[in-house]
Ligand binder design. Structure first.
Ligand SMILES: Cc1ncc(COP(=O)(O)OP(=O)(O)O)c(N)n1
Ligand SMILES: Cc1nc(C(=O)O)sc1CCOP(=O)(O)O
Ligand SMILES: [Mg+2]
Length: 212
């Protein structure tokens, strides 16, 4: 069973990235996606070298954004691939079946394609506008999630779907009611002054039993 809360790291420098990741782990986050954009291979490798043992110390999953070769080299728990990154089935040939491969989706068809190619989970977004990612796909909103999750159910397609994009604490319950599995967040954890309380609140909502 995958954890339901994924922290996507932020920071313009190695030092800030490591600080933000350490703070999130120390506050109870147990799944980190290292997302360090527009850096040299050396910089990203150096950061990954430091993040991996930290995630091991906190018994947290560690996946790498975009960079399949880095995920392989550093022996991360997996990789998250976008719509313009290497294809899921190609990545699977490199990482094998024991590693986690996540894929970005904006439509039902994106998800269908990822499932066909052996993806382990879906990051479906964006929920709403966010400054964290530069080139956003069309905003889905709650109705977008509801429609896509209904189509997945109707077509008996079962894969963990994580909502992403501008998500706040108050969005969790309505998003969970659409049928998503979990959420991936960046800004609300990075910017929180009460990270431990926030992560506890997020996890309570994410793991609450839905009474049908
Ligand atoms: C869980 C999750 N979902 C979506 C994304 C977005 O990935 P991608 O489309 O590759 O965009 P960048 O993150 O590379 O800007 C993600 N990283 N994680
Ligand atoms: C990394 C990412 N991908 C998105 C997508 O829609 O594919 S939105 C996003 C940013 C998530 O960060 P925040 O929680 O700060 O909005
Ligand atoms: Mg990407």
């Amino acid at each position: 069973m995958y954890k339901k809360l994924q922290y996507i790291s932020q920071g313009q420098t190695n030092k800030k990235q490591l600080y933000n990741i350490h703070e999130a782990l120390d506050a109870g986050c147990n799944w980190v996606q290292m997302r360090f954009k527009n850096q040299t291979a050396k910089e990203t490798y150096t950061l990954a070298e430091a993040v991996k043992p930290l995630c091991e110390k906190y018994l947290a999953n560690f996946i790498v954004n975009d960079d399949l070769n880095l995920a392989l080299q550093i022996d991360a728990d997996g990789v998250h691939l976008g719509l313009t990154d290497i294809k899921i089935d190609e990545a699977r040939k490199v990482l094998g079946t024991t590693k986690i491969i996540g894929g970005t989706a904006n439509t039902f068809e994106d998800i269908q394609n990822h499932v066909k190619n052996g993806c382990d989970y879906i990051g479906l977004g964006p929920f709403r506008f966010t400054n964290t990612k530069e080139k956003l796909s069309p905003i889905l909103g709650l109705s977008g999630y509801f429609d896509i999750l209904q189509k997945l159910k109707k077509n008996k397609i079962n894969i963990p779907v994580y909502a992403i994009g501008g998500i706040t604490l108050r969005d969790v319950n309505p998003l969970m009611e659409t049928g998503i599995y979990g959420i991936a967040v960046s800004g609300i954890i990075t910017e929180s002054d009460e990270k431990q309380k926030l992560i506890q609140q997020l996890n309570e909502k994410l793991n609450a039993k839905v009474i049908v």
